[in-house]
Design a protein around this ligand. Sequence first.
Ligand code: CMP
Length: 138
Amino acid sequence: MEQTLSIIKPDGVKKQIIGDVIRRFENRGLSVKAMRMLQMTKEDAMGFYAVHKERPFFDSLTDFMCSGPVVVMVLEGEKAIALNREIMGATNFKEADEGTIRKDFASSIESNVVHGSDAPETAKTEIAYFFSSLDIMA
Ligand code: CMP
C-alpha cells in the first residue's frame, strides 16, 4: 500500500465538485485516510510549492493557491501515487485524457482543480506538510 497527498484546489472547491472528485478516487480503489479543509496563506503556499520557486509561474501559482479554501487529503491504495495522477490527468488540461478530472473540470493550466504528489519522496514531504501521523487513519 502506498499513500499520496491530494489537494482539491480553490477552483475545485468554488465549482462545488469536492464530492465528484472524491467519488472518482474512491471508485478507482483509493481510500481517504485523512482529510481537512483549510485556507493557505501566501507563505503556506510558497512553502508547499518551494520546488517551483524559480519558475516563472511561482508567484501566480502561490497567489491562486491561497485565493480560497482547499481540501487536502491523504489517499491510500496500491500504486496510489501513479493511480492518483492517472485519475487527475495531465497538468495541462488540454493534454489530459478523456474522463480525467482535469479534462472534465480544469479551466487553465493553473486552475487545474487538483494537485497530487509526483513521487514517493515528495508524497512523504507533502503529507507531512499538512498532517501529523495522528491525523492519518490506519
Ligand atoms: P500542480 O500539480 O499543483 O504542480 C504545480 C502547479 O503549477 C501545476 O499543478 C499547475 O497548476 C501550475 N502551473 C501554472 N503554470 C504552469 C506551467 N506553465 N507549467 C506547469 N505548471 C504550471
